[in-house]
Design a protein around this ligand. Structure first.
Ligand SMILES: Nc1ncnc2c1ncn2[C@@H]1O[C@H](COP(=O)(O)OP(=O)(O)OP(=O)(O)O)[C@@H](O)[C@H]1O
Ligand code: SF4
Ligand SMILES: [Mg+2]
Length: 332
């Protein structure tokens, strides 16, 4: 009886619903003042809590400097947080030491904005796609390489093997970057502005390819973009970042079609194809402050046309305003 129950426990592994869970994440940089005088703190991330479900595409949107890449780099273990935890598949990647980070090299991949600078110009496509397998001493066959190229739409795959980065278009280079990631059979990919350097005609087909990857291989994804229309096209849920904090989060269609936070409304209005879905025009003042200074109360209040006394006195917490739709604003 004892033996049987032990076996049962050993075989029973809990499958986490979330592939990624981030809790209270902060990343503060110390920056020397002018002429080396004084030190200021850059709050690149200032208390981010979020999660990505298995098979989900979660978009992170926000202006330049809002902390998107910092979040992306931390969740793949390229950067250590100042505070907070990151769990991949239930394991805390920073608390558990190097072994978890080492095992993650296969499970988690990141692709960057500029496919030209992230691909070695002296390597051809075959060498580029094989490289992570060789570096991690993972046995493979040429079929694995060809299969990855076909999956990202580089067909006939054999024709691409001898090509160098300068012999391909931006869209093809970005597909090679994805092929190099998926050859590792990852469960989770962070894509940091993957389409911002592609022209409009290539964006949609690239995003369709990402959607197919999720469907066919069940890969979960954090899709980072300054452009909320990219999130609308390709993601299930969206988190809107402002000065290192999530100010709105929920299903992407709800966020775009019925945004709550004044900042999200302004982001949507800035995109001509989306602007019309917001019923009432919401202006915002000026540009985002530097991440060094902190205001009392709401960090957005210096730009918000709805700011009231309470916004100066109390920082709004992210709370559920509607089912599954969270916002950090005193208007709700
Ligand atoms: N190594 C660093 N030292 C000091 N400050 C940094 C460092 N890296 C990032 N920052 C600051 O942290 C903040 C967030 O930067 P981050 O690169 O995450 O923004 P982002 O949202 O990805 O912007 P972009 O859309 O321009 O890529 C910015 O104010 C940036 O200047
Ligand atoms: S809390 Fe106040 S200042 Fe901040 S976004 Fe809402 S209304 Fe504007
Ligand atoms: Mg960035």
């Amino acid at each position: 009886m004892w033996r049987a129950s032990t076996t049962y426990i050993a075989l029973f592994t809990v499958i986490e619903m979330e592939i990624l869970k981030v809790d209270g994440l902060r990343k503060h940089y110390r920056k020397k003042g002018r002429a080396g005088r004084g030190v200021s703190v850059v709050r690149a991330l200032d208390g981010v809590t979020m999660s990505v479900d298995r098979g989900e595409i979660y978009a992170v949107v926000g202006e330049t400097g809002s902390g998107k890449s910092t979040l992306g780099r931390i969740v793949v273990g390229l950067l250590e947080p100042t505070e907070g935890s990151v769990k991949i598949d239930g394991s805390d990647i920073f608390a558990s030491g190097n072994s978890v980070l080492r095992n993650m090299r296969r499970t988690v991949q990141i692709i960057f904005q500029d496919p030209y600078s992230s691909l070695n110009p002296r390597f051809n496509v075959k060498q580029i796609v094989e490289e992570p397998l060789k570096l991690n001493r993972i046995p493979f066959t040429m079929d694995d390489v060809l299969d990855s190229l076909r999956t990202v739409g580089l067909i006939p795959a054999e024709d691409f093997l001898p090509r160098y980065p300068h012999e391909m278009s931006g869209g093809q280079r970005q597909r090679v970057a994805i092929a190099r990631s998926i050859v590792m059979k990852p469960e989770f990919i962070v894509a940091d502005e993957p389409v911002s350097m592609l022209d409009a005609s290539m964006r949609a087909s690239f995003l369709d390819m990402i959607a197919a990857l999720r469907k066919e291989r069940g890969i979960s994804m954090m899709l980072i973009s300054h452009d909320i229309s990219t999130a609308y096209y390709a993601s299930d849920r969206t988190g809107v970042l402002y000065l290192g904090k999530i100010v709105e989060e929920g299903r992407t269609d709800r966020i775009v079609e019925k945004p709550l936070h004044p900042y999200t409304k302004a982001l949507i209005q800035a995109i001509p194809s989306l602007g019309k879905v917001v019923e009432k025009k919401v202006d915002i003042k000026g540009t985002m402050r530097s991440a060094t200074g902190q205001l009392r109360g709401c960090q957005f209040r210096d730009r918000c046309i709805f700011a009231m006394q309470k916004c100066e006195e109390e920082e709004p917490e992210l709370h559920e305003a509607e089912k599954g739709h969270f916002v950090a604003c005193h208007l709700y």
